[in-house]
Write a protein that binds this ligand. Structure first.
Ligand code: B12
Ligand code: SF4
Ligand code: SF4
Length: 376
């Protein structure tokens, strides 16, 4: 049964397949509780709501006897760090510059699950990302790789460019052994993080992570992070891209997650003009659609403010009367960074007086003070 599942998984284009047991990580509950108690999950309340099920596969589904962990590579063709120098363009995390992996991976897992249940007359449940399943520690227990100091799973053969999925099954499958930790004394991922999001090795405070701030966080992004975000408009790959284990990664050959050239480094000017319909069309079928247009524009305007390109001030200006206060607020911030004091004062008189949103009014005051101080 085990061999048949492996063969089928490879046939379906899954790069890694290993098996573990539901109770393989006894420290899971304690570690998850400590992480949540420290508030490191930020506004991701869904992580608290189903913490019991997350910490224990058997609580999520009492019928589970074995956990099949699957990995699919998405190694990018160019180093994502090179995007950060293109200041008037947006940097989108490598996993999001292509078809949404949730759909692709889930389709493959469903096929594999169907095969397993038919072959062994067993029950199965498939999960990719959004279910209360601790995919990284389970994948580590199954020996797919180990959780690096950046907390992401690294495989010796594929580096850390891996997306994960799980099949819980009632079948008793032979379990694999965990992989050893091969981080050694390296700490490159910890040192490169722009926002100091790692309170300690193997621990991430999501509230400081650019991936969380640009994708999960709903409101305005706190001023302390805006400069540090640079041109990252959806997710962040810095700690992954610097990992030396990626030198073994083979560029994902199959077109299963089809990288889209138009998402490799899109011009910020173009993105700032997207209305809701154009945003949906442009990002249909990709993970980027998740944020919705307003949050995405918030990120784009922060990148515009960080671009140092005064020709982009006009794009920010045209967002000053946007229907979304989130967008208006970041347009004000971007203009404060790009326009000179006289222009900001003029715009203040035209727009700030009639502004109804308290957050946007605060952005106007901050922008006026900022240009005042810079001019002085
Ligand atoms: C919530 C979440 C996020 C949050 C929080 C990330 C995090 N590190 O927890 C945010 C939004 C920040 C995020 C960002 C990203 N994510 Co995410 N995310 C998730 C999600 C939904 C849950 C993760 C989770 O349970 N976190 C809770 C914490 C407590 O778990 P943990 O990180 O495993 O924490 C362990 C360690 O702290 C450990 N620990 C504590 N002390 C010690 C000491 C030692 C010695 C050791 C060994 C361990 C250890 O114990 C904890 C429990 O095991 C998973 C999907 C899933 N269902 O699992 C995807 C997932 C982890 N994300 C993924 C990806 C791709 C990303 C990004 C790369 C996307 C991007 N480019 O922007 C970044 C990476 C940022 C980073 N460095 O982690 C992939 C990772 C694949 C892989 N190879 O591991 C996953 C698995 C999705 C998937 N199905 O493929 N993500
Ligand atoms: S994804 Fe970026 S911000 Fe988040 S921990 Fe890694 S380097 Fe830091
Ligand atoms: S960069 Fe170094 S410390 Fe970080 S995960 Fe990779 S090997 Fe481990």
């Amino acid at each position: 049964m085990r061999q048949a599942v492996e063969a089928r998984a490879r046939h379906l284009g899954l790069d890694l397949v290993r098996v573990t047991t539901p109770d393989a990580v006894p420290a899971l509950r304690e570690r998850l509780s400590a992480w949540l108690a420290a508030g490191h999950h930020g506004e991701m309340a869904w992580m608290v709501d189903r913490a019991d099920q997350r910490a224990d596969p058997a609580t999520l589904w009492p019928g589970v006897r074995s956990v099949v962990m699957l990995g699919m590579t998405y190694s990018p063709e160019t180093n994502p760090l090179s995007l950060l120098a293109l200041k008037n363009r947006g940097a989108i995390a490598a996993y999001a510059q292509r078809r949404d992996y949730h759909e692709v991976l889930k389709g493959k897992l469903k096929e594999l699950g169907g095969y397993l249940s038919a072959k062994g007359d067993v029950r199965v449940k498939v999960f990719v990302d959004t279910a209360p399943v601790m995919e990284k520690p389970l994948a580590a227990a199954a020996g797919l790789g180990w959780q690096g100091k950046h907390t992401v799973l690294i495989s010796r053969e594929h580096g850390n460019w891996l997306l994960l999925g799980a099949i819980y099954t009632s079948a008793d499958l032979v379990a694999d052994k965990p992989e050893d930790d091969h981080c050694g004394s390296c700490r490159r991922c910890l040192d490169i993080c722009p926002t100091a999001a790692f309170p300690a090795p193997y621990q991430l405070d999501a509230r400081r992570c650019i991936s969380y701030l640009t994708i999960e966080h709903e409101g305005p992004i706190a001023p302390e992070f805006r400069d540090l975000i640079g041109n990252r408009i959806f997710g962040c790959d810095d700690c992954l891209a610097i990992c030396p284990w990626n030198k073994f990664a083979v560029i994902a050959a199959e077109g299963r997650l089809g990288a889209r050239a138009d998402l490799a480094a899109p011009p910020l000017a173009e993105l700032a003009r997207l209305d809701d319909a154009a945003f949906r069309t442009r990002f249909a079928g990709t993970p980027v659609k998740r944020t919705g247009r307003d949050r995405f524009l918030r990120n784009v305007l922060i990148a515009i403010g960080n671009s140092g390109d005064v020709s982009l001030a006009v794009e920010a200006e045209s967002c000053l009367s946007d229907a979304s206060p989130l967008v208006r607020g970041m347009a004000v911030w971007a203009l404060g960074r790009l326009a000179d004091a006289a222009v900001v004062h003029d715009l203040f008189n035209r727009y700030a007086i009639g502004e109804t949103d308290a957050d946007v009014r605060a952005e106007w005051r901050a922008a006026r003070d900022y240009v005042g101080n810079t001019a002085a």
